[in-house]
Design a protein around this ligand. Structure first.
Ligand SMILES: Nc1nc2c(ncn2[C@@H]2O[C@H](COP(=O)(O)OP(=O)(O)O)[C@@H](O)[C@H]2O)c(=O)[nH]1
Ligand SMILES: Nc1ncnc2c1ncn2[C@@H]1O[C@H](COP(=O)(O)OP(=O)(O)O)[C@@H](O)[C@H]1O
Length: 219
């Protein structure tokens, strides 16, 4: 078994961009953290944002928290793989860490909105796998936002208002997971990642692997 950076049983593999999107509060951050904790070699893409830091969030782990002039300078310097205006703030994916991880055959996990997903897909459609996370109900969604207690009631109202528009983009995603029981949703997301890693066209070393065994068998 390779070092978990992406190869299986000695077969080199091309890294993939694994995207989780959802309406605010549906559970994509929770699922992303569970995935990174458990999937060897999976690199979380840390975005830059102008959104104010929430209690408990750590700069450089959850986001790179920057002001608007800095964000605009990063756009000017073409430092983002993609960026978008979301909920009156700016969010963007720094290009360098993603390109380095993919070049090393590692998978990269993204927690980004439908606009960012669209931009990634337009650049490298074969390497993007997208999963849309839905809440089991509107009531659950609102309850979770209040339980998370990271946003003001006004922000929660705003996000609930936008949830319908965000959900309308579900049909642009490869997979849909309804996050009712977190354990079941996590197993589903993990299974999707594993299956996509094992797709033949991503196992770039498989031809040499088979050819070598056939040579041994012909002796
Ligand atoms: N396009 C894009 N969207 C992002 C990025 N980072 C976060 N987002 C999205 O911005 C939205 C707001 O994220 P956040 O403020 O953390 O709120 P949350 O959805 O309640 O966790 C979510 O839909 C995220 O997926 C990014 O780098 N690019
Ligand atoms: N299946 C679930 N059942 C109950 N609570 C959940 C579930 N998934 C996530 N949560 C909780 O809901 C809140 C929002 O989850 P979070 O991952 O922050 O959503 P998002 O990143 O999509 O905004 C958090 O408090 C989280 O612990």
């Amino acid at each position: 078994m390779k070092d978990g950076s992406g190869g299986f049983n000695g077969v080199e593999r091309r890294g993939l961009m694994f995207v989780l999107s959802s309406p605010s509060g549906a559970g994509k951050t929770t699922l992303s953290r569970m995935l990174v904790d458990e999937a060897p070699g999976l690199t979380m893409s840390v975005s830059a944002t102008t959104r104010p830091r929430r209690p408990g969030e750590v700069d450089g782990r959850d986001y790179y928290f920057v002001d608007r002039p800095k964000f605009d300078a990063m756009v000017e310097a073409d430092e983002f793989l993609e960026w978008a205006h979301v909920f009156d703030n700016c969010y963007g994916t720094p290009r360098a860490p993603v390109e380095a991880a993919l070049a090393a055959g590692r998978d990269v996990l993204f927690d980004i909105d439908w606009q960012g997903t669209q931009q990634l897909r337009s650049r490298a459609s074969n390497d993007v796998v997208s999963v849309f996370i839905l809440p089991p109900s509107v009531q659950d969604l609102e309850h979770r936002l209040h339980t998370r207690a990271q946003d003001s009631d006004e922000v929660i109202r705003g996000r609930m208002k936008k949830a319908g528009d965000e959900m309308s983009h579900f049909d642009a995603y490869d997979y849909i997971v309804v996050n009712d029981n977190i354990g079941v949703a996590f197993e589903s997301v993990k299974a999707i990642l594993r299956a996509e890693q094992l797709k033949r066209e991503r196992q770039i070393g498989i031809e040499a692997f088979v050819r070598d065994m056939r040579r041994q068998l012909e002796k």
